[in-house]
Design a binder for this molecule. Structure first.
Ligand code: BMA
Length: 330
């Protein structure tokens, strides 16, 4: 049975066919990285960012590390989702009463359209790293809602529709530092304000070592005819620090805390110079995906070495074959 992506067709999304000699599940955009050092005056590095289709072209919410080291979120625009123009100023948040509500830092954004609203989640500051949530309809005005939880938590990733009438968010409880542990959980909400009915989705570990230290959700899960496709990062600890690779899992469509398949091996790991060398070496950190229901094409946006933005491709068929033939659920 062929697995179908459920959702919109995005005929103008970036795409390159799988190279003939490619044996992997994913292949990199040939002109990676798509964003390099110092892409605009305020930003030293733009990476770990989110991209969505918007009014026939594309819009993104980008993690921009300033030259003082702090990350902030900037909007970017693109016609081809590869060449980007950035706003000079960061997103300015107000609360639901219109009062200034700016985070002192903001990183690793995810963006999803649910019904008629774009939801942005990111890692924010509330006496420690936690999950910020905000909304926009036009990417001009932004309303910040209550944080989804108390510290410490990172990698808050919403499902692209309500499941059984509730919003669902993947998240990864952590610590105040560079967190040497971490499993993926999910939480439910009726109103995007109060979160509960928490479920453990999946843990670090397994037989291999590539995801032995911690894992965290990546792009917004992709709905398919067989379940939710979740691309995530798995972290291995080495004597020289962490290594961030991609994995994938298929989650039950109605009870997404149930894992049906999970890749035994990583599906992308730092190999190219822009992944192995930079501000933080050996990091490939997926944060967004464009998926075309018509062709089954998937483009994953990822941060490379906490410095660059890059794109890698796969298809629903390639990834489902990997999931079904080399699955390890634990
Ligand atoms: C994580 C996050 C990511 C970053 C990664 C590697 O804890 O802070 O933003 O890409 O570490 O440094």
């Amino acid at each position: 049975m062929t697995t179908k992506i459920i959702g919109k067709s995005i005929p103008n999304m970036p795409w390159q066919d799988k190279p003939k000699n490619e044996e992997g599940v994913m292949w990199r955009h040939s002109k990676n990285p798509i964003i390099g050092w110092n892409p605009f005056p305020a930003a030293a590095r733009v990476y770990n960012s989110a991209v969505v289709p918007f009014q026939g072209s594309f819009i993104g919410v980008f993690r921009c590390d300033y030259k003082n080291g702090r990350p902030h979120l900037h909007v970017g625009y693109s016609d081809d989702a590869l060449n980007w123009r950035f706003e000079d100023k960061p997103i300015e948040w107000v609360d639901t009463d219109g009062n200034y509500f700016q985070p002192s830092y903001a990183y690793d954004p995810r963006v999803v359209k649910i019904e008629d609203t774009y939801y942005i989640t990111w890692c924010t500051d509330d006496h420690g790293a936690t999950l910020g949530v905000g909304i926009t309809k036009d990417f001009k005005t932004f309303t910040r809602l209550e944080n989804a939880c108390v510290p410490f938590n990172r990698n808050g990733v919403l499902f692209p529709r309500k499941i059984n009438g509730q919003f669902v968010m993947l998240n990864r409880p952590s610590d105040s530092g560079h967190t040497p542990f971490g499993d993926v959980f999910l939480s439910h909400s009726n109103d995007m304000e109060y979160w509960g009915k928490h479920r453990h989705v999946m843990g670090k570990g397994g037989n291999g070592w590539w995801q032995g230290t911690k894992i965290g959700a990546g792009p917004i899960p992709i709905e398919t005819s067989e379940g939710w496709l979740m691309i995530y990062h798995g972290v291995s600890g080495t004597c020289n620090g962490y290594v961030y690779s991609f994995g994938a899992a298929l989650l039950d469509i109605n009870e997404p805390w149930k894992v049906l398949y999970r890749t035994r091996d990583y599906i992308l790991t730092p190999e190219k110079e822009y992944e192995t060398t930079g501000f933080v070496p050996n990091v490939a950190f997926p944060c967004a995906a464009l998926a075309d229901s018509e062709t089954g094409r998937i483009a994953v946006y990822y941060g490379a070495a906490d410095t660059y933005s890059a794109v890698a491709y796969t298809t629903i068929e390639d990834i489902m074959t990997e999931l079904k033939t080399k699955s390890e659920v634990f």
